[in-house]
Design a protein around this ligand. Sequence first.
Ligand code: HEC
Ligand code: HEC
Length: 203
Amino acid sequence: MKKLILSAATALVVAFAGSAFAADISPAAVKTADNVCSKCHGAGGATTSPLFPRLAGQQAGYIEQELKLFRDRGRGDPHAQAYMWGIAGPMSDQQIKELAVYFANQPPAPGQAVSDKELAAKGKALFQNGDDSHGIPACASCHGKMAEGNDTVPRLAGQSSDYLMGQLEAFRSKLRENDTMDTNAQSLSNDQIKALSAYLSSL
Ligand code: HEC
Ligand code: HEC
């Protein structure tokens, strides 16, 4: 009898923990993600299209910040304007928060195979150590050793290399305005951008 009560109590705790977790993910956000976002970002945000950024496993703080920037027209590179301004325009802070929590809780898609291992190795060295003589900081100091990101600093691991290249070029030309990254990207050469993107997409 004692054993039965104990296992019933355990079941209750497990059920409660399960529902508490599920309650953190808003059903409305799941619906929006399935019906709207998935068309470009893929199911669960894990698209394999090179055109669209992966959102699966991205930092919640970063997703929230970017959606607010799109909504308030603070991120204005041409693709941001064309694709995301209209979508984020009518969102409330609460909807944005819920979508951010949903995507951050999806398992990140695995990295993509690299064809040019030498290029990726160059990207890895630059990502980890930077290049003092050209004023390039160690990207890992902010984005994390494995490019996992932290809060409002984005995860870069496993992101599409075309997307990463496009963003680094947009920071360099200041089409995408961000004081920190515009400065960091200033002295990157095209070859370095290619190498960094090849490495990061493989993680
Ligand atoms: C019609 C295609 C399309 C749809 C639908 C769409 N997006 Fe996007 N999204 C894009 C593109 C393209 C970009 C990259 C913009 C750029 O290059 O600056 C993007 C960028 C983003 C980013 C920034 C990612 C990063 O790594 O910086 C977030 C966050 C985002 N979208 C969230 C959403 C959410 C949430 C939805 C659903 C409510 C959604 N998107 C629906 C095309 C789309
Ligand atoms: C001082 C901290 C810092 C350093 C160093 C840094 N970053 Fe960033 N990075 C950021 C922040 C913060 C953002 C988010 C910017 C925004 O909100 O628009 C960002 C955004 C990015 C993005 C856009 C990702 C996306 O999903 O759109 C890329 C790509 C990127 N960084 C690559 C790099 C690379 C490559 C380096 C090294 C050359 C680097 N970063 C160094 C802080 C840093």
